[in-house]
Design a protein around this ligand. Structure first.
Ligand code: FMN
Length: 318
């Protein structure tokens, strides 16, 4: 996820059991013009593997060229983004704009597959452009014919952006339409929604996006459900310790000074506190963090507040 799933985020998800990670999307054209951010976005470290580097673009030649450049970073998979709904991306004909041009989508995939050699190329799509033009099964068939090794399907149309509910019946339809693996995506936030995605669509893998915000342990919960183990969610103390570990990892992996890197950690901290008593007030304070020691202090106060609530409600502790 662009602006979210950086190296520290991916490493956290892997530590908690994610089977596979994907880079933030990278512009194929940007890479070809040696965008200075390329190395930052495309580098794959061992702790993140298996990992895909995800490219977006609308021109087969640039896509092929970008794939060749990205291969130097030794990704396990190259993924092509054909699902991004943001105007800046679809304005260039890339992302979910390709849901409207299946032939071009297949040409881009074919060019990437030829350039990638032994490295599998997968594609991420949406259910369609709009409710009237749901075409993910047809699109997936064309991508399979063009050599895609798997397809990930987000069960929303471009018109929906991220609102409303994902329609997972489209993912089932895609699964019936192709013989390559299908990755189901949309609104999976816990073990129950993940099991539902598997059972109702027959998909081969499930992808979690926003459900991992402030909750990399969602993968541990899912793994426990899939292997029949009991799962105990982290306590507030454990949650804050995971948050601080995540922030440390982010600082270690950032080329920025602590203060600037902490700007990026602010939303992370707010996510980890979300859903708890007083989290709205703490969110404002998260957005003022400018050092790691402040984050430690805030985490301590947050734990104290939650524990004081438990004490109040529990006569045994009063
Ligand atoms: C902030 C944000 C950034 C995203 N960036 C990407 C991206 O770079 N590549 C991609 O394939 N999907 C991206 N997505 C879409 C997610 O991967 C996912 O398809 C979508 O959020 C639905 O899944 P979810 O309900 O589990 O979040 C992004 C979503 C959000 C909210």
């Amino acid at each position: 996820m662009a602006g979210v799933a950086d190296r520290a985020y991916r490493l956290m998800c892997k530590r908690f059991g994610a089977a596979y990670t994907v880079s933030e999307m990278v512009s194929a054209k940007g890479i070809c013009y040696s965008d200075r951010k390329t190395a930052e976005l495309c580098t794959v470290t061992d702790g993140e593997r298996p990992m895909a580097v995800q490219l977006f673009g609308s021109e087969p030649d640039f896509m092929a060229e970008a794939v060749k450049i990205v291969l130097d970073f030794r990704p396990d998979i190259i993924d092509i983004n054909m699902g991004c709904p943001v105007p800046k991306v679809i304005g260039t004909g890339a992302g979910s704009a390709l849901m409207k041009d299946i032939r071009l989508a297949a040409e881009i995939t074919d060019a990437a597959v030829r350039a990638a050699g032994d490295v599998p190329v997968t594609v991420k799509i949406r259910s369609g452009w709009s409710a009237e033009t749901v075409n993910a099964p047809e699109m997936a068939r064309a991508l399979e014919a063009a050599g895609a090794a798997a397809v990930a399907v987000h069960g929303r149309t471009r018109d929906q952006f991220y609102s409303g509910q994902a329609d997972i019946s489209v993912i089932r339809d895609v699964n019936q339409a192709v013989s390559i693996p299908v990755i189901g995506n949309g609104d999976v936030t816990d073990a129950a929604s993940c099991l539902k995605m598997y059972s109702e669509t027959g998909c081969d893998l499930v992808m979690v996006g926003r459900g991992s915000y402030g909750a990399p342990f969602v993968f541990e919960e899912i793994e426990a459900a899939l292997t029949g183990r009991d799962y105990v969610p982290p306590t507030v103390e454990q949650r804050m310790s995971i948050m601080l570990g995540h922030i440390r990892l982010m600082l270690e992996n950032s080329s920025k000074c602590e203060e600037l890197a902490m700007h990026e950690a602010r939303k992370l901290a707010a996510w980890y506190m979300n859903g708890y008593y007083g989290s709205a007030k703490f969110r404002g304070r998260c957005y003022q963090l400018s050092s790691y020691s402040e984050a430690e202090e805030l985490a301590k106060e947050f734990i104290e507040l939650q524990n004081s609530r438990i004490d109040k409600n529990n006569p045994k502790n009063s």
